[in-house]
Write a protein of this length. Structure first.
Lengths: 273, 310, 290
């Protein structure tokens, strides 16, 4: 890509943030989003627009609030008794408080740091857990969904003969791809990934990264990672968090080659973190 | 945090609200139950309380025929047998806990603690049964003669040797509460960081000195375990009923038969004649309930204070 | 004198080493003192029990005073009925309040409930008997299995609540989050993911509570009362195994003592099996990939 085209894309980016008729290209928008744990600050005044069908990476040193930010996007802080969330979140232009959390989470799926398949369920049941727990029982449909989503997550060939065996019998990397299959089987529009490869070996990691690349055309993906190379490899846009603040948010390439902020430069060049 | 900010709170679905409140209702039932038990016993003991007042606690006259009721012998029997049990059990429990958690190898520890767990779950009726048929004769024929011939100058070991009596009850109770106290001592010791003991070793401390330090640090938790064991001993019914001798008297000798609060209820309640008799028994129960309530609260607070920190 | 100089002084060293050996030996002795009587009771009961156990014990009614033979069939059936009533009362209350304590534990109220549950588990069982007497026997104007079962149910509550709470806490938070993230509501998550994952632990916990209730004697003395005849009507007095053991144990007849040992063995066997099961399940359950 020449510098010229890049500049054009940059312009487009600015336009999106300013023109309201392009709002449809925005998947998530946060306005002054802050999270506190008791009186301790988690993140503060985050204003960010996540674009549709793009992979947005969130990087920063540990404790910078990147997971806190991600977990506020599907209101997962409900599970943390001391957490309080302030500000506004829009999902596809709709204020998040207009949804009830159950319906919202069907739209905004999440993949976690450690693979967490349901240990009492088989591979098959894990894939359709979200549907089954919500009352869908028609076997022909479920069979189809299982096959489709396992194929989509690149796991089908490896597990098609052991669909009935317990999910925990799979390897760590397979479990994580199973969790991704489980997430996409409820048809979300956005997938949040919280350091999805940090517990995995390099080969499994590259399989997941490949999968993320393939999912991009159908889903908006927000991925938290502590691995800058990973952010550079998989994402279109990158946000850099530091001490609970959003320092810089721009195109990934720009972030790693020509960051605006000094702090970002120091971080991506490995001076701290 | 400014007041003007909007807090994002997720909307709860109706099902969630209903389910949380359903579990809440059942949880509150437990609290309500304890309150209800106290109220019920308070009301049902009214007749006795009005008739005897505070004198109920200080009178040692228990005569259902004359309708004279005083609970002192039962209070005495309960206190002496339980304290005796605690006195015997506490050092043994602490020693056993140290043995299991600090000395013995892991491969032996698991089966032994499992065994103690099972034995702690044996119904008290079986302890009582074993007590009258095996242990009381052993006390009468072996332990009590030895005690009398060596320590017989003390008032505690004088008198006829029946086998049953305060001492026997105390020892049976000690056997029953030792698993409880030692289990809690082990839990509390586990909550003391290993680094402390390592630091002691690094300074050249002997094994016992390191253990002693851990025990001192865990002392409030161990005390909690001891108090909990005391609470169990005070409320224990069947085993005591079967070996204490069931005689409402206050004697200095531990060989003498005695009576406990729980035992008198167990023995007389079903056949109690007049309403005053029933009411008096319920008042005994009310005192027992109050005492165990206070003792258990104390024990739990002591145990929480140690295990919470860990 | 600093601590270090005490430790290093050679004069003290010998004394400290002797002290060390003495105290360690005493602890080992304490270990044996704890275990030996318990094992003795266990084996004595097993030995006397097995040798007295026969088919009649399980199939016959008690014989009148002075006659040899007979069994405890009615008491065994009675105990089963009493435990069933107790379970119907105790299990739902225990499980649901355990869920409350574990899953909604962000407020002061759940701490209070937990505390009171611990207190309730320390209330002497005979007190629960008096309570059941006041609440059921007096209004019904007769002893009944219902009153006995009610008392056993209350006694089961703290055990079940505590084990439920502990087992639910062992379920990793990540599974709750996984389920919620799929758009499953909180209560469905609790029932169908959390409770299901912990179910074998909870079931064994319930069995533990049942085994304990099966051996309870004191609260039945003036509620279920006992009965020497067949009785399956729950608003009538009913026999129970521990009650029968008590009556026979304090009787002057050798044959009754023999039967009481058989009964005691049945109770101990129950306790043993259930504990074995608990140990087995809780060890395997959560050592896996959670």
């Amino acid at each position: 890509m020449t510098e010229e085209t890049e500049e054009i894309e940059d312009k487009e980016e600015i336009e999106i943030s300013e023109e309201s008729d392009k709002e449809s290209k925005i998947a998530i928008q946060t306005i002054d989003l802050s999270v506190y744990f008791d009186e301790r600050k988690g993140i503060e005044n985050i204003n960010m627009k996540v674009r549709k069908n793009r992979v947005t990476a969130i990087i920063g040193p540990s404790g910078c609030g990147k997971s806190t930010f991600l977990r506020s996007l599907n209101l997962m802080h409900d599970m943390t008794p001391k957490a309080r969330v302030f500000g506004e979140i829009f999902i596809h232009g709709e204020n998040i408080t207009n949804y009830n959390s159950v319906d919202m989470r069907k739209k905004v799926g999440m993949v976690f740091q450690k693979p967490n398949p349901f240990p009492t369920m088989s591979v098959y049941d894990n894939v359709i857990a979200g549907l089954k727990l919500n009352g869908m029982t028609k076997k022909s449909i479920l069979d189809e969904i299982v096959e489709k989503n396992l194929k989509h997550s690149g796991l089908w060939e490896e597990v098609k003969d052991r669909l009935k065996s317990p999910a925990v019998s799979l390897s760590g990397g397979q479990q994580q791809r199973l969790c991704i299959a489980r997430t996409i089987s409820v048809n979300p529009e956005i997938i949040l990934m919280d350091e999805p490869t940090s517990a995995l070996d390099p080969i499994s990691t590259s399989k997941i990264e490949e999968l993320i690349f393939n999912l991009k055309s159908d889903y908006t993906i927000v991925i938290v990672t502590h691995n800058m190379q990973q952010a550079a490899r998989v994402s279109d846009q990158t946000a850099f968090f530091y001490l609970g603040n959003l320092i810089e948010f721009s195109k990934t390439r720009r972030m790693f080659t020509n960051p605006k902020e000094k702090l970002t430069e120091e971080y991506v060049t490995g001076k701290f973190g | 945090m400014e007041e003007s900010r909007i807090e994002i709170k997720s909307k709860k679905k109706l099902g969630d609200i209903l389910f949380e409140n359903l579990t809440l209702i059942f949880a509150l039932m437990i609290v309500g139950l304890v309150v209800f038990i106290s109220i019920e016993m308070y009301i049902d003991s009214a007749e006795s309380r009005e008739r005897f007042g505070l004198g109920f606690i200080f009178s040692s006259n228990w005569d259902p025929v004359k309708e004279e009721f005083g609970a002192l012998p039962f209070i005495f029997g309960t206190i002496v047998s339980s304290l005796l049990a605690l006195l015997i059990s506490l050092p043994v429990s602490i020693g056993a806990a140290v043995f299991l958690s600090e000395i013995v190898h892991k491969s032996v520890r698991t089966p032994i603690s499992f065994l103690i767990e099972i034995l702690a779950a044996i119904p008290s009726i079986i302890y009582g049964f074993w007590g009258i048929f095996v242990f009381a004769p052993f006390m009468r024929n072996t332990v009590q003669p030895i005690l009398q011939s060596t320590l017989g100058f003390l008032p505690f070991f004088k008198g006829t040797m029946y086998g049953t009596g305060l001492l026997t009850a105390g020892i049976i109770l000690a056997i029953m509460i030792t698993p409880i106290i030692s289990a809690i001592t082990r839990d509390v010791l586990k909550a003391i960081p290993v680094s402390q003991r390592e630091a002691a070793y690094a300074l050249g401390a002997t094994k016992w000195e390191a253990i002693k330090m851990a025990l001192l640090n865990a002392r409030s938790g161990i005390l909690g375990g001891a108090v909990l064991g005391l609470g169990r001993a005070i409320g224990e019914t069947m085993a005591v009923t079967m070996v204490i001798g069931n005689k409402a008297q206050i004697m200095a000798s531990l060989f003498e038969p005695a009576y406990s609060m729980a035992s008198v209820i167990a023995n007389e309640f079903a056949e109690a004649s007049g309403s005053l008799h029933v009411s008096s028994l319920i008042e005994v129960g009310f005192i027992l309930f109050g005492v165990t309530f206070i003792i258990n609260s104390l024990a739990r607070l002591l145990i929480y204070s140690v295990t919470r920190k860990a | 004198m600093t601590a270090e100089s005490v430790l290093k002084s050679p004069k003290n060293l010998k004394r400290r080493k002797i002290m060390n050996s003495v105290m360690i030996s005493l602890c080992i002795a304490a270990g044996f003192i704890t275990i030996v009587p318990l094992i003795y009771i266990f084996f004595y009961t097993t030995q006397s029990g097995i040798s007295s156990l026969n088919l009649d014990f399980f199939t016959q009614l008690p014989k009148p005073v002075g006659e040899e033979g007979g069994g405890m069939a009615n008491a065994i059936v009675g105990s089963l009925i009493l435990i069933t009533i107790g379970g119907i009362i105790g299990i739902p209350v225990g499980v649901l309040s355990g869920i409350y304590i574990s899953e909604y534990s962000k407020n002061v109220l759940s701490t209070i409930v937990k505390f009171i549950t611990d207190i309730l588990s320390g209330v002497p069982s005979i007190i629960i008997g008096i309570f059941a007497y006041g609440v059921i026997v007096i209004p019904m104007q007769r002893f009944s299995a219902l009153a006995g079962g009610f008392a056993l149910g209350i006694l089961m509550i703290p055990t079940v609540a505590k084990i439920t709470e502990e087992m639910l806490r062992l379920v990793p938070q990540s599974l709750r989050e996984a389920s919620l993230a799929l758009g499953v509501s909180r209560w469905k998550t609790t029932l169908r993911v959390v409770l299901t994952t912990a179910s074998s632990g909870i079931v064994t916990g319930i069995l533990l509570a049942i085994a304990r209730a099966a051996g309870e004697t004191a609260p039945l003395l003036f509620t279920s009362f006992g009965n020497v005849y067949w009785q399956t009507n729950i608003d009538e007095p009913m026999a129970a195994l521990p009650l029968q053991i008590f009556t026979y144990a304090i009787s002057p007849f050798d044959d009754w003592h023999r039967q009481a040992w058989a009964g005691a063995f049945v109770l101990i066997f129950l306790v043993f099996i259930v504990n074995l099961l608990v140990r087995f399940v809780t060890r395997n359950k959560f050592s896996g990939n959670l």
